[in-house]
Ligand binder design. Structure first.
Ligand SMILES: C[S@@+](CC[C@H](N)C(=O)[O-])C[C@H]1O[C@@H](n2cnc3c(N)ncnc32)[C@H](O)[C@@H]1O
Length: 120
């Protein structure tokens, strides 16, 4: 795995990259997802491979008392994620970082919940 940014971000806007997710994540699905994740107020949450940060923003919006951290290897996608977070008014609540899922830059047990969405 390389830490080199992909060209994806140069061709598509964040909104376009997330278009399918907006259809898939209907409002009635969100409580089911949070339940499945075992997410509860106050937890510190890490999302690995956040891309444009669709799930990151969803978590920040629906869990306002949680500390959310998100990491991706692609700095171009991280830039887009930061822009979209600011646009959605949740930027101040999310800590973003570049890193590799195979070498997470955090000590063991640093988070209450770690999730990953479509990272293959
Ligand atoms: C299909 S995208 C999914 C992005 C986001 N989780 C979502 O569901 O919209 C996969 C993401 O995983 C990131 N990624 C792939 N391998 C990674 C690794 N080893 N460490 C961190 N991020 C990685 C890519 O840069 C990309 O943003």
């Amino acid at each position: 795995m390389s830490d080199t940014p992909t060209a994806l971000a140069g061709y598509f806007s964040g909104d376009r990259m997330e278009i399918g997710l907006r259809y898939a994540y209907r409002p009635e699905f969100v409580p089911l997802l949070l339940d499945y994740l075992g997410a509860s107020p106050g937890q510190s949450i890490l999302e690995v491979g956040c891309g444009t940060g669709f799930l990151t923003r969803l978590l920040a919006r629906t869990l306002p008392d949680n500390k959310i951290t998100a990491l991706d290897s692609d700095t171009n996608l991280l830039d887009i994620a930061v822009e979209m977070q600011a646009r959605d008014g949740v930027g101040g609540r999310i800590k973003m970082g570049q890193g590799n899922a195979y070498r997470l830059p955090f000590p063991d047990n640093a988070f209450d919940l770690v999730t990953s969405h479509r990272l293959l």
